[in-house]
Design a protein around this ligand. Structure first.
Ligand code: HEM
Length: 402
């Protein structure tokens, strides 16, 4: 099949795939009611919130405590659509804590948003980087967690971090640009994950807190999962991070956006569901059903979808509103592992871009054929979230036929 032919096919059959989730609000209410009792006992406090009395809590401390205890979700629509207070060096910007984060959010959004409207490999890697920095922690660790150490030490060179090299370089460049304004690497990484999540279409807008402290000591080893681990070992690994099965199942849903490069190097760029770069719930259903040949499923995801402790949660998560709400709480917890000054954090959620609650993949007809195993030449373009029809119609017939 020549790309010239793809062009004509695309021109006549751009029937859009709607990745929207009607009834989101209703679904959220429904799940809150049923899931609350079952989960409440398993939620643990972390960091300084374990010992501080309610009377000692700041308003941010109170909110985070309620999120951790599953008493409120961590979604927000609070947004500042105005320009930043001034340039980063201006007195006006320095006087407003979130001003510098607005500039950072602009930079990140530009890097994370692809011309197709899907999120780029940088966005997906930023979410994974957020996990790999904070995840190097357990309740028996005296150090590690969301402390920036993955990029401030040689931690990034550990085998489990393969594939994060390019986001590491990008994040270090942002750190060089913004550290002089008091921005920590730990916050940059976690804000990066939250900007990335909401830039991915349908992704949640998670409340974003800053003020984490950096640590120049590499995190403890052996605390990140392998895709060949059993469900039992993954559930125990996450339990040791205070992450219960509900939070675990919500968090692995990030694989909905994913395109693997190192799990199977012979299939570089192959996705984990049929809509890479989209924060939809297709991943949950597709992990348990037969799918187009280009999709690779991690054995660990299959195991979690089948284990008696997680299979019902897995099925329940395939409702967008529930997943987004559960993700927001689970990621808030993950992003604060090892942080011992939670009560002193400040909130800069307003700098995040707006969430997109509906999305149409306008090049789905080409994606579908790519998923069937055609058009290897599109691999990098899918990874970069480029609009496939735009690429193809912008070429001459000679170029596309070669
Ligand atoms: C349950 C245990 C988990 C295992 C075994 C696992 C394993 C993996 C593997 C093997 C990859 C592909 C890396 C590559 O070959 O390029 C991957 C990608 C990814 N993981 Fe996980 N992961 C787990 C949990 C999580 C969690 C908790 C998050 C987020 C909070 C996450 C976020 C991601 C993302 C966003 C990608 C896509 C990266 C990209 O497209 O470049 N994973 N994961």
């Amino acid at each position: 099949m020549k790309l010239f032919t793809i062009c004509s096919y695309a021109a006549v059959s751009l029937a859009p795939l709607i990745n929207a989730y009607p009834g989101m609000a209703a679904n959220m209410g429904e799940f809150h009611a049923s899931a609350k009792e079952a989960r409440q006992d398993t939620k643990q406090l972390i960091g300084d919130l374990k010992t501080l009395k309610d009377s000692q809590l700041t308003s941010v401390g109170k909110d985070i405590k309620a999120i951790l205890l599953n008493q409120q979700n961590a979604l927000s629509t609070v947004i500042d659509t105005g320009a930043p207070a001034g340039t980063p060096d201006s007195a006006a910007c320095k006087a407003d804590l979130c001003c510098i984060w607005k500039w950072i959010s602009y930079d990140m959004t530009a890097r994370f948003n692809g011309s197709s409207g899907r999120c780029t490999k940088y966005a997906r890697a930023a979410v994974r980087l957020g996990f790999h920095d904070s995840g190097a922690w357990s309740t028996s660790s005296s150090f590690g967690g969301a402390d920036g150490s993955i990029l401030l030490t040689d931690e990034i060179n550990r085998g489990e971090n393969s594939g994060l090299e390019f986001i590491a370089e990008q994040m270090k460049a942002w750190y060089s640009k913004y550290n002089k304004y008091g921005v920590s690497m730990a916050d940059l990484i976690q804000m990066g994950a939250n900007v990335a999540t909401v830039v991915c279409p349908l992704g949640p807008r998670v409340r974003s807190f800053v003020g984490r402290k950096d640590n120049a000591k590499a995190g403890p080893t052996g605390l990140l999962p392998s895709p060949r681990d059993s469900a039992d070992s993954i559930i125990k690994l996450f339990a040791a991070k205070t992450i219960d099965p509900t939070d675990l199942v919500a968090l692995v849903g990030a694989h909905t956006t994913s395109q693997q490069h190192f799990f199977d190097t012979s299939r570089d760029g192959d996705p984990q569901d049929s809509t890479p770069g989209v924060w939809d719930v297709a991943f949950y259903g597709e992990t348990t059903t037969s799918t187009p040949p280009r999709i690779i499923k991690f054995p660990s995801d299959i195991a979690l979808s089948q284990d008696s402790r997680t299979s019902a949660l897995w099925q329940g998560m395939s409702v967008q509103g529930r997943w987004n709400s559960d993700w927001s709480k689970a990621y808030t917890r993950l992003s604060l592992l090892g942080v011992n000054n939670i009560n002193d954090l400040k909130e800069c959620t307003k700098v995040l871009p707006a969430a997109r609650t509906t999305f149409v993949n306008q090049d789905q007809v080409l994606l579908d054929r790519w998923l069937q195993g055609e058009f290897d030449q599109l691999n990098n373009m899918v990874d970069d979230a480029i609009m496939l029809t735009g690429v193809i119609s912008g070429r001459s017939a000679n170029e596309t036929e070669s």
